[in-house]
Design a protein. Structure first.
Length: 466
């Protein structure tokens, strides 16, 4: 049996909030949870917006996609990088598979969605759209339809800012416009599959987490933004309710690419590598600078790192990098030595951090593109990785790239609600790779070979009653 399916992506929505204190303020979501299937949705490694939404859309790991974050090293360059776009994903997404079966799709804000690619349906680009982009829809004339509806379309907000009041206004305006467009397209286009991603949920966490979470290390009771999360999630729930009323025949999936939680601080990975003698600077920088702006002595450097939600470590290998110093026949030995040292990192109080070190080829079916030599999670991702140098210490209480209150967590959310069938059960062990096969099964389309996930088991209430 083929069903229409709509996927509502809430970027970074954590199960602890959505299935916890927020649920009583979100009656529409609560009804979907009560009558559907719900549970945590394990993200990919690393749990980052890009690649996670494409992992969800393709049922392929980041290694097979060759996507390890927002920015990637270009070849074996010391300083050059590249940013993924819609053409960086070469494996078929769920809407590509559906197109082969003459099914039409509608996409709004699914990253990386710029530039918009031709497809069997309609698309609106994502938060990676550059300012003043002339073309951000497919087909091109859809842009006029959108701007007639909402005026200037907002793809994102500047969220690492001190002025939270202006940000709050822009955040709510952006999300309302996104859902205006989603509701319009869902009601007027003859689609079979619909997917939208609301990036505002992520921005809410980064900008306001310390204001609404009493467990945050920098929480201040009685601050003026204590209720901002409640207000924002009520907005999301109201817009969900409108879609439920309009789309009485569609199966709804409410999902997130990963979760969020309070940021404890940032660990200065390159400062640590300098202390340990792995990274050499020709001179001490004046102030805090990005590593590619510092005077690095590459001929005496064995390893360096990138910042972000996790650390990417690169080794300087003879015959691979331009000024490589680690002999090729010592690569594995050097990599293991560094991994062991990384596992000894401590918190500011001297207690041992929970440091996880991964070799890309060991956690992925394949590690294509430009993978790092090592991937490092600090304290279950409670601590970010700071790649800048010149701090004079190893620990920062804030992000080194601007105000930021949250980090990413491994578990996102999964809710499946079918108005025509009652499930009313939770699901355990669901992963982000399982979403695309589940969508295809609901739509009566066979999954192509190569998908790494499997359909999530759905048990109707009639089947679980004695």
């Amino acid at each position: 049996m083929s069903r229409r399916v709509i996927v509502i992506g809430l970027d970074s929505a954590p199960p602890e909030l959505l299935f916890g204190r927020m649920l009583e303020q979100m009656p529409n979501l609560a009804g979907m949870v009560e009558g559907g299937v719900h549970g945590p949705l394990r993200s990919c490694d690393p749990p980052i917006t890009v690649p996670a939404w494409q992992v969800m859309s393709t049922s392929a790991s980041p290694g097979r996609l060759g996507l390890y974050g927002f920015r990637h090293r270009r070849g074996y360059s010391y300083t050059e990088g590249w940013t993924p776009n819609s053409y960086s994903v070469r494996l078929p997404r769920v809407w590509d598979v559906l197109a082969r079966h003459d099914k039409r799709s509608c996409l709004v804000g699914v990253p990386p969605g710029y530039p918009p690619k031709p497809m069997n349906g309609w698309s609106v680009s994502c938060f990676l759209t550059p300012p003043n982009a002339k073309q951000y829809t497919y087909p091109a004339e859809l842009r006029g339809e959108i701007e007639e509806l909402v005026g200037t379309y907002l793809f994102d907000v500047k969220f690492r800012v001190e002025d939270r009041e202006i940000l709050r206004e822009q955040l709510f305006e952006m999300t309302e416009k996104h859902f205006d467009v989603v509701h319009h397209l869902a009601a007027t286009k003859p689609w079979d599959f619909f997917m939208m991603v609301e990036i505002g949920v992520d921005r809410l966490g980064h900008a306001f987490w310390k204001f609404f979470d009493p467990e945050h290390p920098r929480y201040e009771p009685g601050n003026p933004y204590e209720s901002v999360a409640d207000e924002y999630y009520r907005l999301i729930d109201r817009r969900l309710g409108e879609l439920l009323e309009t789309l009485e025949d569609a199966v709804f999936l409410i999902v997130s690419d990963h979760g969020s939680k309070a940021m404890h601080g940032a660990f200065c990975i390159n400062e640590w590598l300098i202390e340990r003698g792995y990274l050499k600077l020709e001179e001490k920088p004046e102030g805090v600078v990005a590593l590619d702006k510092a005077a690095v002595d590459w001929s005496a450097t064995r390893a360096w790192g990138w910042g972000g939600y996790y650390a990417r470590i690169f080794l300087n290998v003879e015959g691979r990098e331009g000024q490589g110093v680690i002999p090729g026949n010592r690569y594995e030995e050097a990599r293991e030595e560094l991994a062991e040292e990384l596992r000894t990192i401590t918190r500011p109080d001297g207690e041992r951090m929970r440091v996880e070190v991964f070799r890309p080829e060991e956690i992925y079916v394949a590690a294509l593109g430009n993978p790092p030599d090592l991937m490092v999670y600090f304290d279950d991702l409670d601590w970010r990785s700071a790649g800048t140098v010149g701090h004079g210490g190893l620990y920062l209480s804030e992000n080194d790239t601007g105000p930021d209150d949250s980090v990413h967590a491994m578990d996102g959310i999964f809710v499946l609600y079918d108005p025509a069938r009652r499930y009313a059960h939770s699901v355990e062990g669901a992963g982000i790779l399982d979403v695309a096969p589940t969508v295809l099964e609901l739509m009566g389309v066979p999954a192509p070979g190569g998908m790494e996930g499997r359909p999530i088991e759905l048990i109707s209430k009639e089947e679980v009653l004695p």
